[in-house]
Write a protein that binds this ligand. Structure first.
Ligand code: MRU
Length: 355
C-alpha cells in the first residue's frame, strides 16, 4: 500500500518526491523553525540520527528503512554479491549510529534480511523489493501507532490528567504517536484530557516537541520542569503516566529518555498507574534485562552550554550525560503494545505476545 500524502506529513520522515532521498523534518529546529533536510548518503543519515535531527525510536526505524533503500539506489554495481557486501557494510555503520533504541537495528536488519534472502535476483530486483519493504515498515508503524492509541485510550477516562516525559508523539513515530497517541485519538473523538509535559532536560524534547505538538493539536497541555512532576502528582492532578520506550527487555525493564525512571518511582509513591506504550518492534526478546541495554552517553556541552546565551557551567566542569535510563519492570503497571496490553508477570506475558 502506498503512503498517502496525508500519512507522509503526519510523520517527520518520508521519501522525497523523486524517491531517491530521505526527507526529514529537522527536529532540532523546532518549535521555532520548520526546516526539512534531504539525506542521501550514509554520512548524512548517520549524522542526522546522531544529532537528533531525526529522533524517537520508531521514527529512527522508519528513517533507517528509507535510508537503506536510498543507499541501495546509489549502488551502481550489477553484481548481486558486490551489492550485498556493500549493503551489509553500510547497514552495520547505520545501525551503530545510536546504540539504545532497538528500532534502528531492527529496521536495518529487516532491510538486510531482504538483501540476504534475494539469492538469484538481480540488483535491480533487490532494489524493488527494498522499496516495498521500507514502505511496509512505515505503513506498519502507522497501523501499530493507531492500535496502541486505541489500547491506551481504554486505560483512561475523559478529563483525566496524563503526565508524559520526552516526546513520543507523531514527530517521534507516525500518525498519532505512541505515548501521546491516546490523547490525540481521544481528541479526534471529542474526548479531552489534560496533559502535563515534562520539559525533559537536557535536550528539552518535552518543551520543544511534545508541548508544541499538543498545543498545535488543540490539546489542553501544561509544560512543567522535570522537577515539578512530584508536585503535580501530589496535587492529585495526574491519573496516569504515559511514556514511550526505546528498548523493552524480555523481563519488562525498559529504556526511555533520561528521567523516565524517576517519574516511575514518583508514580509508584503516589499510587498512579505508570504505562509505557510502544510498538512490538521496540521489544527486544534477545535482551534479557535492562542491565543488558547499552545506554548512550552524549556530549557534556548539551548540559553546559546548549540552549543558553552564555554557558551555564565552567567549560572544564565534569558532566554525566546519559541519554536514557532503565525503568525497572516492578514500577510498570502495564506495557501497551499494538498487539494488546501486557500486564505482569512481564517475562511470561511478553513471551506469549510473540508465541
Ligand atoms: O533521544 P531521543 O529524543 O531519541 O529519545 C526519545 C525517547 O526517549 C522517546 O521517549 C522514545 O524514543 C519513545 S518514541 C516513541
Amino acid at each position: 500500500m502506498a503512503i498517502t500524502k496525508e500519512d507522509r506529513f503526519s510523520c517527520s520522515v518520508h521519501l522525497s518526491d523523486d524517491g531517491r532521498s530521505v526527507v526529514i523534518l529537522d527536529q532540532t529546529q523546532l518549535p521555532n523553525r520548520q526546516e526539512y533536510l534531504t539525506l542521501d548518503t550514509l554520512e548524512a543519515l548517520c549524522e542526522a540520527i546522531r544529532r537528533l535531527a531525526v529522533r524517537g525510536a520508531p521514527a529512527i526505524g522508519i528513517c533507517a528503512g528509507y535510508g537503506m533503500y536510498v543507499l541501495a539506489l546509489r549502488e551502481e554495481t550489477e553484481d548481486p554479491a558486490v551489492f550485498t557486501a556493500a549493503m551489509e557494510q553500510k547497514g552495520a555503520v547505520l545501525a551503530a549510529a545510536r546504540p539504545t533504541a532497538v528500532n534502528l537495528k531492527w529496521a536495518v536488519e529487516r532491510m538486510l534480511g531482504i538483501v540476504r534472502g534475494s539469492a538469484g535476483c538481480s540488483a535491480a530486483e533487490i532494489k524493488e523489493k527494498l522499496y516495498r519493504e521500507c514502505i511496509a515498515i512505515h505503513n506498519e508503524d502507522i497501523e501499530m501507532c493507531t492500535r496502541i492509541s486505541e489500547y491506551g485510550l481504554s486505560l483512561v477516562k475523559p478529563g483525566d490528567g496524563i503526565l508524559t516525559h520526552c516526546n513520543a508523539g507523531p514527530l517521534a513515530t507516525s500518525k498519532y504517536g505512541t505515548a501521546i497517541g491516546p490523547v490525540l485519538l481521544g481528541k479526534e473523538r471529542g474526548i479531552d484530557f489534560h496533559v502535563f509535559s515534562d520539559e525533559t532536560r537536557p535536550l528539552l524534547q518535552g518543551a520543544r516537541l511534545t508541548s508544541y505538538e499538543l498545543q498545535r493539536a488543540g490539546v489542553d497541555v501544561t509544560l512543567i520542569c522535570d522537577n515539578m512532576a512530584s508536585i503535580v502528582m501530589k496535587n492529585g492532578w495526574v491519573q496516569a503516566c504515559f511514556v514511550g520506550c526505546d528498548r523493552i527487555a524480555a523481563n519488562g525493564d525498559f529504556a526511555n529518555k533520561i528521567g523516565t525512571s524517576g517519574v516511575a518511582i514518583l508514580a509508584k509513591y503516589y499510587g498512579i498507574p505508570f504505562y509505557t506504550l510502544g510498538p512490538t518492534s521496540t521489544i527486544d526478546m534477545d535482551c534479557p534485562t535492562g542491565a543488558d541495554i547499552k545506554i548512550e552517553q552524549r556530549d557534556p556541552d548539551e548540559i553546559r552550554t546548549m540552549w543558553y546565551r552564555e554557558p551555564m557551567a565552567l567549560p572544564e566542569v565534569k558532566c554525566y550525560n546519559p541519554a536514557f535510563d532503565v525503568t525497572d519492570h516492578t514500577l510498570l503497571t502495564a506495557i501497551v503494545t499494538d498487539r494488546g496490553i501486557v500486564y505482569p508477570p512481564f517475562d511470561v506475558n511478553l513471551k506469549k505476545l510473540f508465541a
